[in-house]
Write a protein that binds this ligand. Structure first.
Ligand code: APR
Length: 264
């Protein structure tokens, strides 16, 4: 499908207007206009940190990697980010009865802050920390169930402990995100598959669509009969199966397009 620029890409407003069970599938690109860097664009997180250093197994094995991870997360939260027009547009689409929810790869919680619900966080959330146990194996957290807001960890680090451990069982503590080499949280994928399989429209926004199994979700939606719109700054591997590809910035496209779709 040939990419079209701008929010008035032929058919976008009509697809939004006629949908009743649209599901957004979002990536880090929807939050860059909120000041949070994405991963693979110039200046993105993985252009500044080596992703192979931040796998689940490396986190478990190395106190230094755990200390570096707290520093990286502190940078991530430094932006005190707020939802932007793209997050708000998806919540408005839902409120008007055109959308059924959001599946996001993002860990920033901005969809919830914008009012979307349900928000299926297939890669977890950085807003919480969790005990992953003393020696979890095979990429599977094996903690005692301790969880706390992210600020708990920050307070421990600021008090001088570079590698906070679980106050209940002494296990390792990690943000409640899914790292490379880590299994997705049980039930989350099932919830995402149910949502996307019942969709009449999948709106993939701000994702390079190259990390699996998450990036397979829009494909599952198409196989179940949904139309697919991709809104992204650059080409993606799924452009070829999309009904419409919009080349542009998420907030600049979704804000006006949803506003026009809800006008009539
Ligand atoms: N509007 C539209 N597209 C944008 C914008 C924007 N404002 N900003 C960035 N983009 C595009 C980029 O061009 C890129 O194609 O969004 C995409 C972001 O891709 P990635 O940085 O790869 O982020 P994402 O697809 O979310 O990564 C998936 O990889 O590292 C893991 O767990 C991490 O969830 C993440 C997963």
């Amino acid at each position: 499908m040939q990419a079209m620029p701008g929010y008035d890409a032929p058919g976008l407003v009509e697809l939004l207007r006629t949908s009743r069970r649209a599901v957004a599938f979002t990536g880090a690109g929807i939050s860059t206009e909120s000041g949070i860097p994405d991963f693979r664009s110039p200046g993105g997180v993985w252009t500044r940190y080596d992703p192979s250093e931040y796998t689940f197994d490396r986190y478990v094995a190395s106190a230094q990697v755990r200390a570096n991870s707290w520093a990286m997360r502190r940078e991530f939260f430094a932006h005190n980010a707020q939802p932007n027009a793209a997050h708000r547009a998806l919540a408005q689409l839902e409120e008007a009865g055109h959308a059924a929810g959001v599946i996001t790869q993002n860990i920033d919680g901005l969809h919830q802050l914008a009012g979307s619900s349900p928000v299926v966080e297939v890669h977890g959330t950085a807003r919480e920390v969790m005990c992953i146990g003393l020696a979890p194996r095979d990429g599977t957290p094996d903690g005692c169930g301790f969880t706390a807001p992210y600020t708990w960890g920050e307070e421990q680090v600021e008090a001088g402990d570079p590698d906070p451990h679980c106050p209940v069982c002494g296990g390792l503590v990690k943000s409640a995100t899914v790292s490379f080499g880590q299994m997705l949280f049980p039930g989350v994928v099932q919830q995402a598959v149910e949502l996307v399989s019942a969709a009449d429209l999948v709106i993939a926004v701000g994702s390079s669509l190259q990390v699996f199994p998450a990036a397979d979700l829009p494909v599952q939606g198409v196989k179940a009969g949904a139309a697919l719109v991709i809104i992204n700054d650059e080409p993606t591997p799924l452009d070829g199966i999309a009904d419409l590809v919009v080349r542009g910035r998420a907030a600049e496209v979704l804000g006006p397009a949803v506003a026009e779709a809800l006008e009539s």
